[in-house]
Write a protein that binds this ligand. Structure first.
Ligand code: HEM
Length: 445
């Protein structure tokens, strides 16, 4: 029975990761279509306009993150706990419900059914299912791990926090249904952004925690999960998860204290920045064990994107700057820079950790090429969004007409679409190697 649960855990984990990659490939297809619609708004306007391609792209991108991280946790926790998965059946139910939810929501979007609030544009009964399968996931996780938090490494704290706060924030994001919130626009927008901002913090906890575990394994440095600095940064991350969402609502006339706290907390990220700068060279000198070279390359490339995104995030958290960047492509650069450069690269790195020993030299070359293509094209993709955002912001300040702003931004949007094509090529190269390898991956018990 125990051995069965362990095999089940790996099988379900593999299927989750394949589900994740399927979401990613579909997501970038819609993303590419949406980027072409920036340049040609009439493209597919009758059946697949920007109003549909954008939410399809974003919903699938977010589900790539959640499906892949769930799969990795199922594969990793029995190893960490040194115990079989508590319930293989619960893992299957989680997988089936997650896949069914994606199918229902995507079909609904195609048919033009949108409800709820931005990023969660589906009806409350779907939210009920999502919370239900996360509760199942949570129970299975805690029962398998039975964590003793007093002695647990930091990544266990991060997984626990991520699961707990996902459930809390998903429920909180539904508060708009209560008259106390939906009859007051300030309360409504504030609570919506509070929930969304903290939900991003919850998936970051899950992904960073997994990456930290993988880093510990590939460098064979067992101190990574226990040192004081790691815990200090965990608490810094938790404080940001709880309070820094306020920088999303600077333009909302809510209580000034909300903005002041958010600003102060956002600035504590400067400590993170200083830490990256100080440990930069040392970290790059730390070599991985030989069989994990590719895993290490993905994690280190994500580190470069942590630095780039942190500088942008700190800049746009300053109210005087946020006033000009809000609602422009600069926010999109921030969102995609983080979800692609940090989250996606870390997740792929962790998937590679699982399969790397089974990869042929040819497959490793393909992975390296995919990573380089992603990294370089993402840089132009991100810069072009920033440039388009700056153009838009200055156009609005100078009271230009929308058509004129669009014309000025068009060269940057062309670079955005072109680099987006290369980004997709990089992602396809990586996915084409990971999917068959993870499909064949077997547990070595
Ligand atoms: C791993 C791959 C990707 C992830 C995780 C991702 C994630 C996201 C996220 C989270 C947003 C919402 C941004 C916001 O609300 O501010 C977004 C928007 C968008 N993405 Fe992506 N993206 C990916 C790849 C791509 C690619 C390859 C393209 C195009 C070639 C693309 C085009 C777009 C467009 C056009 C938007 C809408 C921006 C707007 O609202 O004006 N994305 N993406």
């Amino acid at each position: 029975m125990e051995r069965q649960n362990s095999v089940q855990s790996t099988k379900t984990g593999r299927l989750f990761i394949i589900l994740g990659f399927s979401c990613l490939l579909l997501s970038v297809t819609f993303g590419l279509t949406a980027s072409l619609q920036y340049l040609a708004p009439q493209l597919f306007v009758d059946h697949l306009s920007f109003q549909k391609t954008r939410p399809l792209h974003v919903f699938l991108a977010i589900n790539w993150l959640f499906a892949c991280i769930s799969g990795l946790v199922y594969i990793i926790i029995p190893r960490v706990a040194n115990r079989q998965l508590f319930s293989g059946k619960m893992a299957i139910i989680h997988l089936v419900l997650h896949a069914a939810t994606i199918t229902i929501v995507v079909t609904g979007f195609f048919l033009g059914h949108f409800s709820g609030r931005e990023y969660l544009e589906f009806p409350p009964w779907i939210v009920g299912i999502i919370i239900f399968y996360w509760l199942i996931f949570g129970v299975n996780f805690f029962k398998t791990l039975q964590p003793n938090l007093a002695t647990a490494p930091v990544y266990i704290w991060m997984w626990c926090t991520g699961i707990l706060f996902f459930i809390i924030t998903m429920a909180e994001a539904q508060l708009w249904m209560l008259p106390y919130f939906n009859t007051n626009i300030i309360r409504d927008v504030t609570v919506q952004w509070k929930a969304n901002g903290s939900m991003v913090g919850s998936w970051n906890m899950l992904i960073y925690g997994t990456a930290m575990y993988v880093m510990e394994q590939v460098t064979n440095d067992k101190t990574i999960g226990y040192n004081r600095k790691a815990f200090a940064f965990y608490f810094l991350g938790l404080t940001n998860l709880l309070f820094n969402w306020g920088h999303h609502t600077y333009i909302v006339p809510a209580h000034p204290a909300i903005k002041q706290i958010a600003y102060l907390i956002s600035m504590t990220e400067l400590l993170l920045l200083a830490n990256i700068m100080l440990t930069w060279t040392a970290a790059f000198r730390k070599r991985p064990v030989a069989e994990f070279e590719i895993t290490y390359s993905f994690l280190k490339t994500a580190d470069v994107w942590v630095l780039i995104n942190l500088i942008l995030a700190i800049a746009i958290s300053v109210p005087a700057i946020n006033k000009y960047t809000h609602g422009t492509q600069i926010t999109v650069a921030h969102a995609m820079g983080a979800t692609i450069g940090i989250n996606t690269l870390l997740l792929i790195g962790c998937v590679v950790f699982v399969i790397e020993k089974q990869l042929s030299t040819q497959a490793k070359k393909k992975m390296n090429l995919g990573l380089k293509t992603m990294h370089i094209s993402l840089f132009f993709f991100w810069l072009s969004l920033l440039a388009a955002g700056v153009t838009r912001s200055s156009g609005i300040r100078n009271n230009l007409y929308f058509a004129e702003i669009t014309e000025r931004a068009t060269p940057f949007l062309r670079v955005f679409s072109a680099s987006g094509i290369f980004l997709v090529v990089g992602i396809v190269l990586v996915a084409a190697t990971c999917i068959p390898a993870i499909w064949k991956f077997e547990i070595k018990a």
